[in-house]
Design a protein around this ligand. Structure first.
Ligand SMILES: Nc1ncnc2c1ncn2[C@@H]1O[C@H](COP(=O)(O)OP(=O)(O)OP(=O)(O)O)[C@@H](O)[C@H]1O
Length: 241
């Protein structure tokens, strides 16, 4: 059964079709990657699903419930958790407080939110940094904090926007393991936008390829990365650096 259903999603910016009649589904418990060249419309898709912007046409349904037209905080309450490409924690707040802010989306009780935040920090191996101000974290730690903030909202669907960018191969492998474990142990459904193919191939059970806002391929990772249309969209090279 599909947890997320996207049907005919379309969004233009000043005449440019950033997302063009995109339709796809993400099954409950799946890890699916959305890939494509720069400017293909991936982040716009996320913004449409998460209620940051409104579509010109099309629908988004989560768990059978229409999300189209909901504002970002309503989409979050409905079960969409997301990270942002540009990581922006509250710099002066501690790591624990940053994640508690996320957890307060799911509960009004501060003590419960702090407990949930502490649990999520352990999952992300950030518990040792709980009291550190967010601005003192390294890049890989800031990336994990971004994931922790999204996870603490208690999502049914986690949208990850380039969380591997700037990480070293060993750090990527650690992140991959965190998501695999989360998916395996809690059944969390994940849709990731990612250029780092090492992570895509290790994580995704299915890949959807966007090009100029349109879906040009979808299927098993090994088949999709050999698809001639996909290779052509990446200027004849490998799908990503
Ligand atoms: N708010 C906006 N106003 C105008 N144009 C926009 C806006 N957001 C995105 N676009 C345009 O829409 C297209 C799709 O952008 P989007 O950021 O969704 O691509 P992307 O696939 O996420 O790219 P990248 O891999 O570089 O992050 C691009 O041409 C971009 O310039």
């Amino acid at each position: 059964m599909a947890l997320l259903e996207v049907e005919g999603l379309t969004k233009s910016f000043r005449g440019l079709k950033a997302v063009d009649r995109a339709s796809f589904a993400v099954e409950a418990g799946a890890i699916v990657a959305l890939i494509g060249p720069n400017g293909a419309g991936k982040t716009t898709c996320f913004n449409l699903i998460a209620g940051a912007i409104r579509p010109d046409a099309g629908t988004v349904t989560l768990d059978g419930r229409p999300l189209t037209g909901l504002a970002a905080d309503q989409a979050c309450r409905a079960g969409i958790g997301r990270t942002f490409q540009v990581v922006k924690p509250f710099a002066q707040l501690s790591v624990l407080d940053n994640v508690t802010v996320g957890a307060l989306r799911a509960t009004a009780d501060v003590a419960t939110a702090r407990r949930e935040a502490a649990r999520v920090l352990r999952l992300l191996h950030l518990d040792g940094k709980a009291m550190a101000p967010a601005h003192t974290l390294t890049l890989p730690e800031r990336k994990r904090l971004e994931v922790a903030r999204a996870l603490a909202t208690g999502p049914k669907l986690l949208l990850l926007d380039e969380v591997m960018a700037g990480l070293r191969p060993t750090e990527i492998d650690e992140m991959v393991e965190v998501f695999r474990r989360l998916n395996r142990e809690t059944g969390l459904t994940i849709l990731l936008v990612e250029h780092v193919m090492r992570a895509v191939m290790a994580l995704a059970q299915r890949i959807i390829v966007l090009h100029h806002g349109e879906i040009i391929a979808s299927g098993a990772p090994e088949a999709v990365v050999r698809d001639p249309a996909v290779l052509a969209s990446y200027l004849g090279g490998a799908p990503a650096e």
